[in-house]
Unconditional design. Structure first.
Length: 324
């Protein structure tokens, strides 16, 4: 295998001494994270006078873990989006960083792999569990290493692919990090803004509750059918109210939240859909959800073991066939 790989690399070197072209060709072969060490293996083959340019053109990765801490209750959110999870056959990767946001300020980068959250390994977590883990504490501790690649999957039918960070075109940033915790093809917790204009004695038609210590915030606990709130789209118990008329709700207590909601007859309300849905589940619903997650995890782990067993029996094709 190593001989075939070396032959392929020599062919690439002979094909072009134009380093940008060479590195572009190499990226066709080094198309997943486990192949990234090949960039280092190739470096000695590069003429000494070109090695500095080669270093600038090749992706930077780090084997070392670094720890950062983020404030989940910050009014601008965590400032990042992530993608991946066990159900997609990959780890969890930072796919977007909000410029000058929390994540940006502590040095997180697109292409970082998140290895641990709040001290827990997430290697066996599905995406939904990762989101729940992030939302358990006010201070989120992340251990990451820079890989420089992003998992990409356009649809559930397509196989997982990888893109280098410089090739990856991220979507526009969102105000809240929780709003950006998207799985590849999975469910997304979205930020939604609605406008209410109260007329006469008619009220909003909602009830609110404060979250527990481990999940602070103001949440919609009930929406009256046919009410003004229901008409504008506030339909789900568990939506988190993050802002009303420019006032940040993430740090308000219950009494202060009520005061703001009653301070005007015209309200602009921003919510995170479903961010606290688990707080309002019945015992039966919670047990059923936990059972579904556990079943999904077991199925994915079994699938992973099966695929690993098959891979051990398969003779890897010569790398010379990879678009050279």
């Amino acid at each position: 295998m190593e001989t075939l790989m070396s032959s392929a690399l020599l062919l690439l070197l002979l094909r072009s001494m134009d380093l940008p072209v060479l590195v572009g060709d190499l990226k066709l072969v080094i198309n997943e994270p486990k192949r990234l060490p090949l960039f280092d293996a190739i470096r000695p083959l590069i003429p000494l006078k070109h090695q500095v340019e080669y270093d600038l053109l090749t992706p930077k990765r780090s084997r070392k873990l670094k720890e950062v801490r983020l404030d989940r209750t910050h009014r601008d959110g965590l400032g990042l989006s992530v993608r991946g999870g066990l159900e997609f056959g990959c780890g969890l990767y930072v796919s977007q960083i909000v410029k000058d946001g929390q994540a940006d300020n502590v040095g997180l980068q697109v292409g970082d792999e998140i290895v641990r959250i709040n001290g827990y390994s997430i290697s066996s977590c599905i995406h939904e569990e990762v989101i729940s883990l992030i939302k358990t504490t006010k201070t989120v501790s992340l251990k990451v290493r820079h890989v420089g690649m992003i998992p990409v999957k356009s649809s559930s039918e397509e196989p997982l692919k990888w893109q280098f960070v410089d090739q990856f075109v991220s979507e526009s940033g969102k105000r809240s990090s929780i709003a950006g915790l998207t799985s590849i093809g999975g469910k997304e917790i979205k930020e939604k803004k609605v406008f209410l204009s109260l007329v006469g004695e008619k009220g909003m038609g909602i009830s609110i509750s404060s979250g527990p210590t481990q999940k602070p915030g103001i949440y919609i606990s009930n929406v009256k059918p046919g009410s003004l709130s229901a008409e504008v789209g506030l339909e789900v118990a568990g939506d988190q109210i993050v802002e009303v008329n420019g006032v940040d709700f993430t740090a308000l207590d219950h009494k202060e939240a009520i005061k703001v909601l009653k301070s005007s007859r015209s309200l602009t309300i921003t919510v995170l859909t479903g961010a606290g849905s688990e707080l309002f589940m019945t015992t039966e619903e919670r047990l059923a959800a936990e059972a579904r997650r556990e079943l999904q995890r077991q199925e994915l782990m079994q699938q992973k073991r099966t695929e690993t067993g098959k891979q051990k029996k398969v003779i890897l094709p010569s790398v010379i066939h990879h678009n050279l």
